[in-house]
Design a protein around this ligand. Structure first.
Ligand SMILES: Cc1ncc(CO)c(N)n1
Length: 223
């Protein structure tokens, strides 16, 4: 099979869907965090909904790991994904600690429509017939929207409130950036030898992730 240049492929997608990409990675909620004007009710709403999402993210990541174990030609994929599982473990404890700090009752939260839809989309990607290349592309896209969004809140010119810094460091720090690069590298490598059909499907999933992330951020403003 002809080798395609995966790196260029993902860059091309980002360029082709630039408007949606920017809406997902420079959402008004994130910009309000960055300039220090975010209100605590939006932050708390986001925190509670994201906890629910992250719980659903665990079985999704497990399904990607299983596909990597079975289908990947490169053993290091499994190690990258195991690192992701370890950090999700840490993330869940962090959510609980942060929620108690802000008086958010995690047990009492019901998922809003955008969250339910996003979680249902994740479920559809867990099916065994979904190609590993498509699943890892989705996984990379989901993580990288948070990485891009929150790393912008840590730039020297930003005015992120001190009590929110720890939150945004979770997804904005260099280590998380390197993890996203490793995921991107896996997706690129797989896309490089994938069939046209799989590439088309992976691009569709990428766009769907961006749309789902925009709707997810929108929830922080309430319904
Ligand atoms: C909605 C959403 N997207 C991405 C991430 C990154 O893990 C997250 N925690 N929540």
């Amino acid at each position: 099979m002809e080798e395609r240049e995966g790196a260029r492929m993902i860059d091309t997608w980002i360029n082709n869907h630039r408007q949606m990409y920017d809406r997902a990675t420079r959402h008004p909620f994130v910009l309000s965090v960055r300039d220090g004007t975010v209100d605590s009710s939006s932050f708390k709403r986001w925190l509670g909904q994201d906890y629910i999402f992250v719980r659903q993210f665990v079985p999704f990541l497990a399904s990607v790991l299983l596909k990597a174990c079975r289908e990947s030609e490169d053993q290091s994929d499994v190690e990258v994904l195991l690192g992701g599982i370890a950090s999700l473990h840490d993330e869940l404890s962090w959510f609980k600690k942060e929620a108690s700090k802000w008086d958010v009752m995690l047990n009492a939260i019901t998922p809003q429509k955008a969250n339910q839809d996003y979680c249902r989309f994740l479920e559809s990607l867990m099916l065994p017939e979904v190609d590993y290349t498509v699943a890892i592309t989705a996984f990379w896209a989901i993580e990288s929207v948070y990485q891009k969004s929150f790393s912008s809140c840590l730039e020297a010119s930003s005015n992120t409130p001190a009590e929110l810094m720890e939150t945004f460091q979770r997804w904005g720090n260099d280590g998380f950036g390197q993890y996203c690069c490793a995921l991107c590298g896996i997706a690129e490598r797989r896309l490089g030898t994938a069939s046209e059909d799989v590439v088309t499907m992976a691009e569709g999933v990428f766009v769907r992730v961006l749309e789902s992330e925009v709707r997810f951020w929108d929830m922080s403003y309430g319904e």
